[in-house]
Write a protein that binds this ligand. Structure first.
Ligand code: C2E
Ligand code: CA
Ligand code: CA
Ligand code: CA
Length: 275
């Protein structure tokens, strides 16, 4: 038993070491990418359920690693959060997203994902005010997406910052709804404008009656709290149909639009002097 125990520990240590080395390599590469422009923002449309018209675009980070190829934000955001790199990265995302939106032909909303780290040590209201001023984007066209974990970690602190953001006229959305611990009382306490139903529930529509009941309950709750509800991860006409019939406001998903590079969104016509 002793020998096999030691064998396990050796295996464990080498496995841990390998993972740590990989993490710090990823951190170095990310720092470099941020400095040298290896990081891009893509934008995925949100559509009104009833008309399919585009109402907003969500900014999503993309990193094309020189050796590994595309690395998912689900993989590198946690590394950026642990190393503090998330703060310069998040500032870059906000600036890029607001500048892009300010130049769109149609004045729709731009949605930006926030990290809980930005609430703990980001001076977020000041950053948002500064970026809105420098890009000229009207505050009501910016929507900030937060996840439930934030509300549980430090509810009072989060609430104060959210109130300051609302006072500027920015909108707030609760992302990945249904995967965390939010309850009705939570939702009432925070000044959200929108709920985003997590794609795991959307994708169960038509397949899992249990999840379908949850979607119906979230939609009913959203309506009674006067919140807009967006369903994420809509991949089939059947899902869209169900959501529309249940009174869902907006949908987002591969059925109607994948994330695209900023350049693919029609921009405002540039008025040239002398014409
Ligand atoms: P999220 O905020 O929940 O973003 C939605 C994710 O669902 C995106 O993945 C999007 O590409 C994907 N998606 C959209 N429609 C569909 C669909 O129909 N089917 C499926 N299977 N997936 C769909 P992505 O771009 O890989 O981003 C993953 C997560 O990384 C995001 O989840 C968000 O939590 C985080 N993230 C991305 N960009 C940023 C950022 O700028 N800042 C922060 N803090 N987090 C970000
Ligand atoms: Ca999001
Ligand atoms: Ca989400
Ligand atoms: Ca997510």
């Amino acid at each position: 038993a002793k020998a096999s125990g030691r064998g396990f520990i050796c295996f464990f240590e080498s496995e841990m070491g390998a993972r740590l080395r990989e993490r710090s390599q990823l951190e170095r590469d990310l720092r470099l990418a941020l400095a040298e422009g290896g990081i891009a923002l893509h934008f995925q449309p949100l559509h009104a359920c009833a008309t399919r018209e585009v109402t907003a675009y969500e900014a999503l980070l993309r990193w094309h690693h020189p050796v590994r190829g595309p690395v998912s934000p689900a993989e590198f955001i946690p590394v950026a959060e642990e190393t503090g790199l998330i703060l310069p990265l998040a500032r870059w995302v906000l600036e890029e997203a607001c500048a892009a939106a300010a130049a769109w032909e149609r004045p729709c909303t731009v949605a930006v994902n926030l990290s809980p780290v930005q609430f703990r040590r980001g001076n977020l209201p000041a950053l948002v005010a500064e970026v809105l001023a420098s890009t000229g984007l009207p505050a009501h066209r910016l929507e900030l997406e937060v996840t439930e974990g934030l509300l549980i970690e430090d509810a009072e602190g989060a609430l104060e910052i959210m109130r300051a953001l609302k006072a500027q006229g920015v909108r707030l959305a609760l992302d990945d709804f249904g995967t965390g611990y939010s309850s009705l009382s939570y939702l009432r306490r925070f000044p959200f404008d929108k709920l985003k139903i997590d794609k795991s529930f959307t994708q169960a529509i038509g397949a899992d009656p249990g999840a379908q009941v949850i979607v119906e309950a979230i939609l009913a709750m959203g309506q009674s709290l006067k919140l807009r509800v967006t369903a994420e991860g809509v991949e089939t006409e059947e899902q869209l149909d169900f959501l529309r019939r249940q009174g869902c406001d907006e949908v987002q998903g591969f059925l109607l639009g994948r994330p695209v590079p900023a350049g693919q969104i029609p921009g405002r016509a540039v008025v040239t002097a002398g014409m």
